[in-house]
Design a protein around this ligand. Sequence first.
Ligand SMILES: CC(=O)N[C@H]1[C@@H](OP(=O)(O)OP(=O)(O)OC[C@H]2O[C@@H](n3ccc(=O)[nH]c3=O)[C@H](O)[C@@H]2O)O[C@H](CO)[C@@H](O)[C@@H]1O[C@H](C)C(=O)N[C@@H](C)C(=O)N[C@H](CCC(=O)O)C(=O)O
Ligand SMILES: Nc1ncnc2c1ncn2[C@@H]1O[C@H](COP(=O)(O)OP(=O)(O)OP(=O)(O)O)[C@@H](O)[C@H]1O
Length: 520
Amino acid sequence: MSSRIPPILRPEHPTPRPLAGLVQEFGLEYRGDLDGVEVTGVTLSTNDLHPGDLFVGVPGSKAHGASFATAAAEGGAVAIVTDEVGAELAADSGLPIVLVPSPRAALGEIAAWVYRTDDTPPLLFGVTGTNGKTSTSYLLEAVLRQLGLVTGLSTTAERHIGELSVVSLLTTPEASEMHALLARMREAGVRAVAVEVSAQALSRHRVDGLVFDVAGFTNLSHDHLDDYADMETYFQAKLPLFDPEHARRGVVCLDTAYGRRVVDASRIPVTTIATIGHASADDVASAEWTVEVLDETAGYTEFKLTGPDGRELVTREPLIGWHMAANAALAIVMLVEAGFELEAIGAALDADGGIRAYLPGRTERVSGERGPSVYVDFGHSPDAFENTLAAVRKFTTGRTIMVFGADGDRDATKRHDMGRVAAEGSDILVITDHHPRFEDPVSIRKTLLEGAALAEHQPEIHEVSPPEQAIRVAVGLAREGDSILWAGPGHQDYRDIRGVRTPYSAREEARAALREAGWA
Ligand SMILES: CC(=O)N[C@H]1[C@@H](OP(=O)(O)OP(=O)(O)OC[C@H]2O[C@@H](n3ccc(=O)[nH]c3=O)[C@H](O)[C@@H]2O)O[C@H](CO)[C@@H](O)[C@@H]1O[C@H](C)C(=O)N[C@@H](C)C(=O)N[C@H](CCC(=O)O)C(=O)O
Ligand SMILES: Nc1ncnc2c1ncn2[C@@H]1O[C@H](COP(=O)(O)OP(=O)(O)OP(=O)(O)O)[C@@H](O)[C@H]1O
């Protein structure tokens, strides 16, 4: 990967802690001399090593982290934490070695100890599900800010510490980064944090050592079957967020049938929410909260949230689609579960004319007053395509044009459905490339085209590579009144081509294509 790897934020003024204290507190075995060893940080990667760090050697898919122990020592690491296999690999590093049975499983608690994130933690919100995690997290942050709090955010798109913003690498950072981020947030006076929690994060202990005040579940649909054997395994991977080790309370959206199953499996108190017209009639009837879309325009969606005891809130958000109303309502109910009064939330939102949120690359309109409407979106699953296409179509007087490609080296089993759903919902389809990674982009497009051919409705289909060209073809075909939905790249500022993060922004490309076509 190139140097465009985003920075990892750490506390600016870490307080050193004696390593002997860690060993004593957790009753850990060690080799070497711990006398005078002071720890100021923790990492599992030599690419993010600071002098004074504990280097945690985790067994990875390509290498055992402990095989980089000598490099870690040269970089200023003060000790190694690893397993028995890693201890052998790290023996020549000259550093003391602390032994744990599973370094990845230990990382969260160790990072919490190093950065003292257990001391006066902020209010913590965790959001999981297939689609809508980033959006719900941004919406939580927006409402918290409108309530006057200094906020933090951790999502696929960005990490925020108050007004400071950096782009993200992983959706949910490794536990060492997560706790460093929280420590930095504490320095900045952050009082509430919204964290997007991926299934991979739960499977890989990335949120260990954190207890969310409120966990939220958006929905579950086909994705990530490269990481999980089947939908059931993927579903099961989400459940630990609803255990007492990870959250105190939960809010579960019943819009997909998996929601009810989360409620049944949850080991914490949960409340439920369902979207009228989208969840099943039974789930709408049994949900404690319901959300109903009242008005939709190209500029905003207005909705009503109704809760127990006839409590109600009507507000709007500058986002399109019923699914965004579902995300916003989930965020608001999570705040209520955290102890905020619904009336206070309503008053704060009313004062501002609704929720003030900007979601980078989530059905983001990049076009101007004239010409076709162009939206850049991060959707990369059949369900996301269906919802965003429906939302865009609603405000399109002309034709709906969709541009998309699929991720290489990621769940290939969803590609047929992506092609089919995209074809069903569009009048013109431009199939192109996304992140090919190490796959052949021609063969990815071929699978998408096969999927598109399965659709009952057949749009006009074009195959265009690379995406810079594809968006220009789409803009060239578009007329006033048409809409273009470019799904996949969202906020991202690179394409991963054979492991190299090549600079590239779909939002910039789309704007350039519009300018070149004279629509600026
Ligand atoms: C499958 C997966 O999660 N892999 C993660 C894993 O990589 P790995 O096991 O291959 O690590 P490895 O390369 O064998 O290296 C082993 C260890 O040696 C260390 N190392 C390695 C090389 C070196 O020079 N120095 C060094 O210290 C590594 O940091 C690592 O700790 O540990 C790495 C270090 O933290 C992660 O960066 C990497 O995430 C990769 C980039 C990834 O793509 N993960 C995806 C699947 C992911 O987690 N996605 C989810 C969800 C996204 C969504 O919702 O769409 C996410 O939360 O982002
Ligand atoms: N509640 C929802 N239901 C269905 N689709 C949604 C929902 N919310 C958002 N989407 C669609 O999914 C796309 C991704 O949204 P978002 O980034 O919020 O999800 P995510 O869960 O964070 O995704 P990822 O796991 O890829 O980071 C959006 O651009 C939109 O197309």
